[in-house]
Design a protein around this ligand. Structure first.
Ligand code: UP5
Ligand code: MG
Length: 195
C-alpha cells in the first residue's frame, strides 16, 4: 500500500484508561480496523517458533517498551494484510508509546491523521486494572506490574502525546465516566474530523 491509501488514528492513554473498550465501539459503528499493539505483541509472544516470545513476556510483565523493530513490523504486517482485504481505516491502539516508535512509524509506514488521547486519573486506572486482573489472566494486571506501567507511561509515553500536541494533532477526551458517556464524547470529538 502507499501512504495515501490508508489512514491511521493513534489511540493513546494510560494503562487501563479504556482504549480497547472505546476502540471496539468505534469498530462497530464506523468500520475501522482495530490494531492493538499490546494484543499483537501478546499474539507474537504466544506464537510457536517466535524468537521474541521470552523477551516480549519479560517486557510486558515489567511494563517496559518492547524494542520498536518488533512492534513496528507487527503493525506493518497487520496493516498490509488488512489493506489487501480491502480495509483502509485503522485505529492503532496503545502505540506509539515511545518517541522512536512514533518517528519510525510515521516515516516508514504512514503519518497519523490524529491522536485520540484518553485522559484518566491514575486512581481510576488502578481500580479498573485491579478489577480486570481478577479474571483477565494478563501477567501485567498485578500491583507490581501496574506501578511499573504507570511509570513508563509518565516518563516515556506522555512525551509522545506532547509531541503530537505541538502539531495540533491531539484530540483529548476525559474517560473518567461510564463507557457510554465517554463514547459519546469520543464521537462528538471525532465528528467532522475523522468520522
Ligand atoms: N473500563 C474501560 N472503560 C471503562 C469506563 N469508562 N468505566 C468503567 N470501566 C471501564 O479497559 C480496562 C478495564 O477497564 C476493563 O476491564 C474495562 O472493562 C474497564 P481497557 O479498554 O482494556 O483499557 P486499555 O486502555 O486498553 O488498557 P490496557 O491494559 O490494554 O492498556 P495498556 O496500555 O497498559 O496495555 P497494552 O496492551 O496496550 O500494552 C501492554 C504492554 O505491552 C505494555 O505495558 C508494554 O509492555 C507492551 N507494549 C510495548 O512494548 N509496545 C507497544 O507499542 C505497545 C505495548
Ligand atoms: Mg488495551
Amino acid at each position: 500500500f502507499s501512504k495515501e491509501d490508508v489512514s491511521v488514528l493513534f489511540v493513546l492513554g494510560g494503562p487501563g484508561a479504556g482504549k480497547g473498550t472505546q476502540c471496539a465501539k468505534l469498530v462497530q459503528d464506523y468500520g475501522f480496523v482495530h490494531l492493538s499493539a499490546g494484543d499483537l505483541l501478546r499474539a507474537e509472544q504466544n506464537r510457536e517458533g517466535s524468537q521474541y516470545g521470552e523477551m516480549i513476556k519479560k517486557c510486558i510483565r515489567d511494563g517496559e517498551i518492547v524494542p520498536q523493530e518488533v512492534t513496528v513490523q507487527l503493525l506493518k504486517n497487520a496493516i498490509t494484510s488488512n489493506f489487501k482485504a480491502g480495509n483502509k481505516k485503522f485505529l492503532v491502539d496503545g502505540f506509539p508509546r515511545k518517541m522512536d516508535q512514533a518517528i519510525t512509524f510515521e516515516e516508514e509506514i504512514v503519518p497519523s491523521t490524529m491522536t485520540l488521547f484518553f485522559d484518566c486519573p491514575e486512581k481510576v486506572m488502578l481500580e479498573r486494572l485491579l478489577q480486570r486482573g481478577k479474571t483477565s489472566g494478563r501477567i501485567d494486571d498485578n500491583i507490581e506490574s501496574i506501578k511499573k506501567r504507570f511509570n513508563t507511561f509518565v516518563e516515556t509515553s506522555v512525551p509522545v502525546v506532547e509531541y503530537f500536541d505541538k502539531q495540533n494533532k491531539v484530540i483529548k477526551v476525559s474517560c473518567d465516566q461510564p463507557v457510554d458517556e465517554v463514547y459519546q464524547h469520543v464521537t462528538e470529538a471525532l465528528k467532522g474530523k475523522i468520522i
